[in-house]
Write a protein that binds this ligand. Structure first.
Ligand SMILES: Nc1nc2c(ncn2[C@@H]2O[C@H](COP(=O)(O)OP(=O)(O)OP(=O)(O)O)[C@@H](O)[C@H]2O)c(=O)[nH]1
Ligand SMILES: [Mg+2]
Length: 246
């Protein structure tokens, strides 16, 4: 029997993407997965679009948060409400290709974690040079400081077996956006060792606007927050090792 899959989709102002994305996921994944949209009461009423899709596809669930905001806590809430044996989370702007989901699921036959990666053979990025190089620099620093195996630390697109979520939690750090993903990978790598990387090409969003880096200043602030997070993880880990050895 095929494992049941849950897909978590955090959304903030994705009304132009969410309908098409849900239908694409339903097209690529069999049997129909549980799809959980976690929307933070988007001003463009993404949640209303989800309610309409839900009328035809009962596997689609909506969590509408009116008091909280932030990518990391939205993912955590989606995970806490998921039921699948395999859980996937990804961006809702088509930067993460839904066609890759079956490959991620298949990879879990031989390991607990499958990470969609831009930095393995066959992967890539179609974004502005500024974004490509910011992401590259952050990842070079992460790989040098946090060590092997080298990973795409800021991918944000991943499939895990449920047992992984029992041992590794989502911790919102820094700005509350992508930093949690580094923390998750760092902890997961310590516990599970094997992370399979599946190449994908990041495509910059065609519709809707970026939330995390609308201008140079915010992109820089986010980049610095990632760098702080990398150093924090390394020092925190060293500190724990020292405490254990005493
Ligand atoms: N629930 C929730 N989702 C969010 C929030 N901020 C961003 N998202 C979603 O998280 C995903 C990533 O956000 P993006 O704005 O695309 O960030 P990004 O991928 O770094 O930026 P782009 O380069 O513009 O794609 C998207 O699906 C967003 O809709 C938030 O505060 N709450
Ligand atoms: Mg995006």
């Amino acid at each position: 029997m095929k494992p049941q899959v849950s897909v978590i989709l955090p959304t903030y102002d994705e009304s132009q993407n969410i309908n098409e994305l849900i239908l694409a996921i339903l097209k690529y994944v069999e049997p129909a997965p549980e799809i959980i949209v976690v929307d933070d009461d988007s001003p463009d009423q993404t949640w209303e679009v989800v309610l309409k899709v839900q009328a035809e596809h009962p596997n689609v669930k909506l969590i509408r948060r009116t008091k909280e905001r932030g990518l990391a806590t939205a993912v955590a809430e989606g995970l806490a409400n998921s039921r699948g044996d395999i859980i996937i989370w990804m961006d809702s702007d088509f930067s993460h290709p839904p066609a890759l989901i079956p490959q991620l699921v298949n990879a879990l036959e031989s390991c607990p974690i499958a990470l969609a990666s831009r930095y393995v053979k066959g992967g890539g990025s179609q974004a502005s040079s500024l974004r490509v190089w910011t992401a590259r620099l952050v990842n070079v620093l992460a790989n040098v400081v946090l060590g092997r195996p080298y990973l795409d630390w800021t991918s944000g697109f991943i499939a895990v077996k449920r047992e992984v979520l029992e041992k590794v939690k989502i911790v919102p750090l820094g700005t509350g956006y992508g930093e949690y993903f580094m923390v998750f990978l760092f902890q997961a790598r310590k516990v599970f060792r094997r992370i399979e990387q599946i190449p994908y090409t990041y495509v910059y969003r065609q519709r809707g606007t970026t939330k995390t880096s609308p201008n140079m200043l915010m992109l820089l602030a986010l980049g610095l927050s990632y760098c702080w997070c990398i150093l924090y993880l390394r020092f925190d880990d060293l500190l724990q090792l020292v405490q254990l050895s005493q």
